[in-house]
Design a protein around this ligand. Structure first.
Ligand code: C2E
Ligand code: MG
Ligand code: MG
Ligand code: MG
Length: 268
């Protein structure tokens, strides 16, 4: 009887796996058409100067609204795009859209975009991006590229070459989700990042007793001694804001300042 139960469970498990694989194949197929069907777009979330709360730029965040499924998380569809070799096309499409929107912003605002480790492994990435930036007449010094420390793990030489080429053109390179990886400090030693973005889990953790506040304080101090600005992501409350301001954090981003929105935020 126990054996029969086990077999049933195994069969059930196999069926669930099959279903998951089928769903994923279907999603990949749908994603293939998403660009031409105009289902992919960007949301923009403001980044503000901490001392004055004035908006200094916006981060572009990818959105996919599927006609049947509705909103699919970027964490899901970026991964699918990477596995199915669609990421180069989608990434370039989103970059052009982001630049086109950002061209209409106040001249002092910067645009931040995200690049995944897989994107950085493409030897042609930086040249392709810089060509679009030039073609659209966008000043490279207004662009920030957010990467996680994962970019420096596999095929490190290609990733570094891309980051160096972007940086040489004036693009700033930001370490995103700082503190969550296996070797955040080590990556700061491997590449001259221009800014540190503290992961939102530490900002959320400041509400409770525990080490989060110390970690945020140390991260702000780290930025200061490296002579690069620090931005806190996921700032949701006035209380968190007050703490960050007292610590001397340079920039903030989060629902307190603005949620990602598909329309353009007005200048503050
Ligand atoms: P990320 O770059 O760390 O983006 C921050 C995420 O935190 C976004 O989720 C944003 O909506 C969310 N967020 C912002 N403020 C708050 C807040 O105050 N509270 C809370 N709880 N959450 C907040 P989203 O848009 O789902 O993006 C998830 C991740 O997907 C991004 O993390 C980024 O790594 C990736 N991603 C998004 N767009 C792109 C893209 O165009 N290309 C690539 N390669 N990756 C992208
Ligand atoms: Mg980001
Ligand atoms: Mg982040
Ligand atoms: Mg993230």
């Amino acid at each position: 009887r126990a054996k029969a139960d086990g077999r049933n469970r195994a069969r059930h498990y196999d069926a669930a796996m099959d279903e998951e694989r089928r769903q994923r194949r279907w999603l990949a197929h749908e994603l293939c058409d998403a660009v031409t069907r105009g289902e992919l777009h960007l949301a923009f979330q403001p980044i503000a100067d901490c001392a004055t709360r004035r908006i200094i730029g916006q981060e572009a965040l990818a959105r996919w609204t599927h006609p049947v499924l509705g909103a699919v998380s970027p964490d899901v569809f970026i991964a699918i795009a990477e596995e199915d070799g669609l990421i180069a096309e989608i990434g370039q499409h989103l970059l052009v859209e982001a630049l086109t929107v950002a061209r209409q912003w106040p001249i002092e605002w910067m645009l931040a975009i995200n690049l995944s480790p897989v994107q950085l492994r493409d030897p042609a990435l930086a040249a392709r991006m810089l060509a679009a930036i030039e073609a659209l007449g966008f000043a490279p010094c207004r662009l920030e590229v957010e990467v996680t420390e994962g970019v420096l793990i596999d095929e490190r030489d290609t990733a570094m070459a891309n980051l160096r080429a972007l940086r040489a053109a004036g693009v700033r390179i930001v370490m995103d989700d700082f503190g969550t990886g296996y070797s955040s400090l080590s990556s700061l030693q491997q590449f001259p990042f221009d800014k540190i973005k503290i992961d939102r889990s530490f900002i959320a953790g400041m509400n409770e007793e525990g080490p989060a506040l110390s970690i945020v304080r140390a991260s702000v101090g780290l930025g200061r001694s490296l002579n690069i600005p620090v931005v806190a992501e996921g700032v949701e409350s006035e209380q968190q804001y007050a703490v960050l301001q007292a610590l001397g954090c340079e920039q903030i981003q989060g629902y307190l300042i603005g949620r990602p929105a598909t329309f353009q935020a007005k200048a503050a």
